[in-house]
Design a protein around this ligand. Structure first.
Ligand code: CP3
Length: 348
């Protein structure tokens, strides 16, 4: 058949404001260490950065959870810290430690290389997108992503993720001009990076603001809302028209303001979000994604099934993409993921 028929992609339809029963589903970190086939693939690359910059390995890792589970969304296999590597900072992933990043002292530490060179360094990622797109089932949506400016910057200021984040959060009080300039740098390179992902074939974008929790409301506006809004607006200015999902993890009482002020198309809800607050704080037609507890997914059992049903009921009638409240944990049993999918799809 000639490719003239428009194929329905449930995930894109939900982001366009139509609710689906059952909802489309995918899971953050669906590719990765809980899958034996990922561990096998991972052993073929020298280190994690090499893995991310290898289109054959990264495209295969993107597709593995699609083949195994038939997820409605395929998340590009890459990492939010690639942007810092592309900007010329030393980024390493140490086994058992997590990411280690060369620390910056000033916004000018982010301008060592040109945008052209940075995007060039990221070009294997765009090749990954092209390859995935070729092999994706026609109802599956390919989601590109990047870290949100503050979350990415936090790694460059703190040097690692497992800290109390106080140094990065204090910049807005102690050197606000430096903080705003640094955020602007990340906004621009991230917009160019995401635009290139869309040009290569990404059909939706997600912005991971993984470290938005615990901020004072005025600081949340400056570190989270303003840079996310600037990124969305810059993408639109660059003619990127695909839907954009924001994920302000830990936004709590600021969720409504985040949605109203950033102009994201949909919002990823974290584990701690209260469904009745969503009903109160977000417009009824606004698409949401989330938010099963990854710890419950790992634990499994009757409580898992009950909670999946509870979430389905809570968001019935609203455009909803089923997902977790954060990423799949590495020791999550595969049958638990299958149980969630069965519960959603059987509508039982
Ligand atoms: O299925 C997917 O989601 C695949 C793509 C993906 C990865 N990282 C692969 C990865 C995505 C979307 C990310 C985003 C990411 N990376 C975030 C935002 C989402 C979140 O979890 O809050 C953050 C904060 C990072 C930074 C990062 N990368 C950390 C903190 C770590 C170490 C922790 C860990 O899980 O090991 C990574 C490494 C990483 N990124 C792995 C994977 C599969 C593990 C690397 C390995 O295989 O050893």
């Amino acid at each position: 058949m000639p490719g003239s028929e428009r194929v329905e992609k449930p995930l894109l339809e939900v982001l366009a404001g139509t609710s689906h029963t059952p909802p489309p589903v995918w899971m953050m970190r669906q590719a990765g260490r809980h899958l034996p086939e990922y561990l096998e693939l991972r052993s073929r690359a020298k280190d994690f950065l090499d893995f991310c910059y290898s289109p054959s390995l990264a495209s295969e890792a993107t597709l593995q959870p699609i083949r195994r589970y038939g997820m409605d969304g395929a998340i590009l296999f890459a990492d939010i810290l690639l942007v810092l590597d592309a900007l010329g900072l030393d980024v390493r992933f140490e086994k058992g430690v997590g990411p280690l990043v060369q620390r910056i002292e000033a916004a000018s530490d982010l301008t060592r290389t040109t945008h052209t060179k940075a995007i060039d360094r990221l070009s294997p990622v765009f090749e990954t997108v092209i390859r995935v797109k070729r092999s994706l089932p026609e109802t599956t949506t390919l989601i590109g992503f990047a870290g949100a400016p503050f979350t990415v910057l936090l790694y460059a200021i703190e040097g690692r993720g497992k800290t109390d984040k106080a140094t990065a959060r204090s910049w807005i009080y102690e050197k606000p001009d430096e903080m705003r300039a640094a955020l602007n740098e990340i906004v621009e390179i991230t917009a160019l990076y995401m635009k290139a992902q869309v040009e290569a074939g990404a059909e939706a974008l997600m912005i991971f603001e993984s470290w938005a929790e615990g901020l004072a409301d005025d600081v949340f506006r400056e570190l989270v809302i303003a840079p996310n809004a600037a990124l969305v607006s810059r993408l639109r200015e660059l003619d990127v028209s695909v839907p954009i999902i924001g994920f302000p993890r830990g936004a709590a009482g600021m969720l409504g303001s985040y949605v109203a002020e950033t102009k994201v198309t949909g919002v990823g809800l974290d584990t701690a979000v209260v469904p009745s607050d969503v009903a109160r704080d977000l417009p009824p037609e606004f698409p949401v994604q989330g938010h099963l507890d990854p710890l419950l997914l790992r634990a499994g059992g009757a409580r898992l099934v009950a909670r999946v049903r509870e979430l389905l009921a809570a968001y019935a009638g609203r455009p909803h993409i089923f997902n977790l409240g954060h990423g799949v944990l590495p020791d999550t049993p595969i049958p638990h993921v299958e149980l969630v999918l069965k519960t959603i799809r059987d509508g039982a």
